[in-house]
Ligand binder design. Structure first.
Ligand SMILES: Cc1ncc(COP(=O)(O)O)c(C=O)c1O
Length: 378
C-alpha cells in the first residue's frame, strides 16, 4: 500500500519557528529558493523530505542543491539540461519530478496558471517529449510528476475535478515513461474564506469526491506504489495568523470616516487586494476591545503615500480612535514575506507566536543570510 502525506509550501509562511512546528506535523516541505531549502533543513527535515520547485532557479542554487539528497521539481527543458550537466559533473544521479502544466483547470480558483502561456512547468502537450529527453539523460532519475495549476479555491467540486484531472495526467505521463512512478505531488489549491459570503472548503466532500480518482491510481500498476503528496500552504497556516495594526489618525473626508493605520500593503499586500485579485474585497477585519453597538463606515488606509494603499473600503466597524488596534484575520499566509516591506522605509513589522502560555517574539531578520548564501551573483 503506497503512502500518502501532505507537504507544506514554505513560501506561504517561511518563519523558522512556524516551519519547525509544521515540519514536525507534515514531515515534508516544498521550498522555492535555495534559502527556503536551507530553512526547511534547519526545520529538522532530512533532504529526502524536501522538494525544491519554482520557475526561476539560478545556476548557483542548482549547483548547491544537486546531490544534496533532495528532490528537484523541474519546470523547463533548459533547466533539465542544466541539472543533468551539474549532476554529471558531480558524478551523481539527481532525483527529479517533472512539473506538468495542464491545459485546463475548473472555474473557482483564485489564480490559475493553466490555459495560457506560463512560466510554470511544461505544457501538457510538451510532456511526452520532455519525458523522453529526461529518460535519455543518465544523470537524471525521473521519480515522478508534480502539478500545481491553481490556488485559493473554496469550492469542493472544483477541487475534485482538478485533482481528477491531475490523476488522468499522471496516468498518461506514467504510460509515456513506461516506468513505475515513485512520487506524485498534487498541488491542491485548497483555499480560505477571506471574504463575506464565502464558506470554508468542505474537505470531507473533497475526500469523498476524489476517491474514484485515487482508486484508479491504485489499480494502475505504474502508479500503485507511488507516494501521493498533497501540497498545501495557506490552508494550513492562513487561519492561524492575524495582522494587528494601530490607528495612527482618523478624520472625515467627503462624508466617509477615514482611519490611517500603521500597516498597509508594505506589510500585507494580499489584504490590500494586490495579490492576484481583480477587485479589492474586504478581509475579515475587527477592532480590538470591548464590543459596541454603535458602528460607522470606514475607509481603512495604510501609511504609504499612494492612494492604492487601502486595507479596506467601506468597512463597518465600531468607532475608531487614534491608538485603537485593528486585527486583519486569516493573515497567517502570504503576509509579511509576500509584501514589499522596504517601500517608504516604515519600521519593519514584528512577528509573534502565541504558544498557549506566552507571546514569543519570532521576528526574523535573516534575509541578509539568503544573500550571503549565494556569493558572486551579478
Ligand atoms: C508549486 C506550489 N505549491 C504550493 C503552493 C501553495 O499554494 P497555497 O498556499 O495556495 O496552498 C504554491 C503557491 O504559489 C505553489 O506555487
Amino acid at each position: 500500500m503506497s503512502a500518502t502525506r501532505s507537504s507544506y509550501a514554505v513560501k506561504s509562511n517561511p518563519n523558522p519557528e512556524i516551519l519547525r512546528r509544521i515540519a514536525s506535523i507534515t514531515g515534508h516541505l516544498d521550498a522555492s529558493s535555495f534559502f527556503e531549502v536551507v530553512r526547511a533543513m534547519e526545520a529538522g527535515l532530512p533532504p529526502e523530505r524536501i522538494s525544491y520547485s519554482g520557475p526561476g532557479k539560478r545556476d548557483s542554487e542548482l549547483e548547491r542543491f544537486v546531490g544534496c539528497g533532495g528532490e528537484l521539481v523541474v519546470e523547463a527543458l533548459d533547466e533539465i539540461e542544466t541539472v543533468a550537466a551539474i549532476a554529471e559533473g558531480k558524478g551523481t544521479r539527481q532525483r527529479i519530478l517533472l512539473r506538468i502544466n495542464p491545459d485546463s483547470i475548473p472555474k473557482g480558483f483564485g489564480a490559475s496558471m493553466s490555459k495560457k502561456p506560463s512560466q510554470f512547468g511544461v505544457d501538457e502537450g510538451q510532456a511526452a517529449q520532455v519525458i523522453a529527453r529526461i529518460q535519455s539523460l543518465p544523470s537524471l532519475d525521473l521519480t515522478g510528476f508534480h502539478i500545481y495549476a491553481g490556488s485559493n479555491c473554496v469550492q469542493a467540486d472544483a477541487i475534485i475535478d482538478n485533482i481528477t484531472n491531475m490523476a488522468r495526467l499522471f496516468a498518461e505521463s506514467a504510460s509515456v515513461s513506461g516506468k513505475p512512478v515513485r512520487k506524485l505531488i498534487f498541488g491542491a489549491g485548497f483555499g480560505l474564506p477571506y471574504h463575506d459570503g464565502q464558506e470554508a472548503l468542505d474537505v470531507a466532500a473533497v475526500r469523498a469526491g476524489i476517491a474514484p480518482a485515487l482508486a484508479e491510481i491504485a489499480s494502475n500498476p505504474l502508479l500503485a506504489d507511488a507516494q501521493k503528496v498533497l501540497e498545501i500552504g495557506r490552508w494550513i497556516v492562513g487561519p492561524c495568523g492575524a495582522l494587528i495594526t494601530s490607528c495612527l489618525s482618523r478624520k472625515e473626508s467627503r462624508g466617509l470616516q477615514v482611519a490611517v493605520c500603521d500597516a498597509g500593503f508594505n506589510t500585507h499586500l494580499a489584504a490590500c487586494g494586490m495579490m492576484g485579485s481583480v477587485f479589492q474585497k474586504n478581509w475579515p477585519i475587527f477592532r480590538l476591545g470591548p464590543s459596541e453597538r454603535e458602528t460607522e463606515e470606514y475607509l481603512l488606509a495604510g501609511p504609504l503615500c499612494t492612494s492604492i494603499d487601502t486595507l479596506a473600503r467601506r468597512i463597518t466597524l465600531p468607532p475608531l480612535h487614534k491608538g485603537d488596534r485593528i486585527a486583519v484575520l486569516m493573515s497567517g499566509a502570504y503576509g509579511l514575506t509576500a509584501s514589499p516591506d522596504g517601500f517608504i522605509s516604515h519600521p519593519a513589522a514584528r512577528e509573534y507566536l502565541w504558544t498557549g502560555a506566552e507571546l514569543q517574539d519570532i521576528t526574523t531578520t535573516r534575509r541578509a543570510e539568503a544573500d550571503a548564501m549565494l556569493p558572486g551573483r551579478e
